[in-house]
Design a protein around this ligand. Structure first.
Ligand code: AMP
Ligand code: GLY
Length: 430
């Protein structure tokens, strides 16, 4: 089968690595891909948001499956276009993808189907928002741009002045553009975070192994929010009982609820969750794999991924057994450019990658990289994700950090504590 993968990040490098190992995969193209994905097939000079270009390529080249990595093209209706052209696609339609592209819509779905989440209000105008923020609101609270803001549309507000500033920035000053024209103001939830994923064809769901992201830039969860500075899987804070609750109270009612509303969800549903004292609650939904969660999941997935992707696209997931996982934990450590998530330099030469011995237990997944005059250089905020499995979390961490130490570029920035809070919680149980 000929497969077209859409996207260019670390998530897509991990997907390309896994997909290319499938006996079903005769040819893999990645559009536009990165220097890492080029090793498993061919990168195409078609941007991930060039819907016309992607559909035309898939039609002209008898593509049997399109796998869409990022949320942008999903929200823009790439899968709708592919379905109309009779090309199987892994990913939700634009209507189902609204779960991520409109936080206001997401909240309505959660409430309609009684899925546990923070209480909230939606505002389109400044005055009523400010009356609430300076009147009955309790602090801290969270202000969110409703639309897609590349993970930058969330402000945790300790007091009314901060909240007012945040809401004004979005509603009046046009921060985040159209994405900020509607804001969600919600209750602040306490507790550790977890990322939960399920493959689904809209009827059957297959939950994947648990993960934990590390969103903040600096050790100890300090500093600004980023796309994710590292991840581990499994997440030791997710017990079997919590897993079961997440499946029953969050994943299943959301997928079935959307189906009843005529928005059948096919692809991977990603719930960002807070493990609160009152049980797991949804922070947000995404309609794609997490980055860097995908990197640790692909490292631990033992069976072929392609039959699952196809079954989600074709509505036949019921026929497949639950996927098989490596029981050993995986850790991924993101190497970012200096300055990220703010402005950063590009074009810094990357050295030492060839010193790292890669194999089934260790992979360096590239993201913001480019080739320039035969050299590998930085080209984005998150440059690469060094991913390892180990006998235990400690060993996985050691392997990932040893490899990360071999790779050099000016401004290299990483968190040294990926998996450490999980390790501490494990020791707490010992
Ligand atoms: P989101 O993009 O909605 O997942 O928000 C990004 C990050 O902001 C989350 O991973 C949390 O760390 C934090 N956050 C969002 N909503 C809340 C909330 N209601 N309570 C506490 N923290 C939150
Ligand atoms: N790592 C979180 C995300 O992909 O949104």
């Amino acid at each position: 089968m000929r497969i077209l993968l859409v996207g260019s990040g670390g998530r897509e490098h991990a997907l390309a690595w896994k997909i290319s190992q499938s006996p079903l995969c005769e040819q893999l193209w990645t559009a536009p891909g990165n220097p890492g994905t080029a090793a498993y097939g061919e990168n195409l000079p078609i941007a991930a948001d060039d819907l016309d270009g992607l559909v035309a390529f898939a039609e002209e080249n008898q593509v049997g499956l399109v796998v869409v990595g990022p949320e942008g093209p999903l929200a823009d209706g790439l899968v709708d276009r592919l379905i109309a052209a009779d090309i199987p696609a892994f990913g939700p339609t634009a209507e189902a993808a609204e779960l991520e592209s409109s936080k206001a819509f997401c909240k309505e779905v959660l409430v309609r189907h009684r899925v546990p989440t923070a209480s909230y209000r939606v505002y389109k105008d400044l005055n009523p928002a400010v009356s609430y923020l300076e009147g009955g609101a309790r602090y801290p609270l969270v202000v969110k741009a409703s639309g897609l803001a590349a993970g930058k549309g969330v402000v945790i507000c300790p007091d009314a002045a901060t909240a007012r500033e945040a809401v004004k920035g979005m509603l009046e000053d046009g921060l985040h553009g159209a994405a900020g024209r509607t804001v969600v103001v919600e209750e602040f939830l306490q507790g550790p975070e977890a990322s939960a994923f399920a493959l689904t064809d809209g009827r059957t769901i297959l939950p994947l192994e648990s993960c934990q992201d590390h969103k903040q830039l600096r050790e100890g969860d300090h500093g600004p929010n980023t796309g994710g500075m590292g991840a581990i899987s499994p997440n030791p804070q997710v017990s079997d009982r919590t897993r079961d609750t997440i499946e029953r109270q969050i994943l299943l009612p959301t997928v079935h609820g959307l189906n009843h509303e005529g928005r059948r969800f096919r692809g991977v549903l990603f719930a960002g969750i807070k493990l609160t004292p009152a049980g797991p609650k949804v922070l947000e939904f995404n309609v794609r794999f997490g980055d860097p969660e995908c990197q640790v999941l692909m490292m631990r997935l033992k069976c072929d991924l392609v039959p699952y992707l196809l079954a989600c696209a074709n509505g036949t997931l019921e026929e497949l057994e639950a996927p098989e996982w490596d029981p050993r934990p995986a850790v991924t450590v993101v190497l970012a450019s200096g300055g990220y998530p703010g402005p950063y330099a590009k074009g810094e030469e990357i050295t030492g990658l060839d010193q790292v011995e890669q194999g089934p237990g260790l992979q360096v997944f590239q993201a913001g990289t480019a080739e320039l005059d035969g050299k590998l250089v930085t080209a984005g905020g998150r440059v690469m994700a060094v991913t390892a499995v180990g006998r235990d979390l400690d060993e996985a961490r050691e392997l990932a950090y040893a490899a990360a130490a071999e790779i050099h570029f000016e401004g290299k920035t990483l968190r040294r504590d990926i998996g450490q809070s999980a390790l501490a919680s494990l020791e707490g149980f010992a």
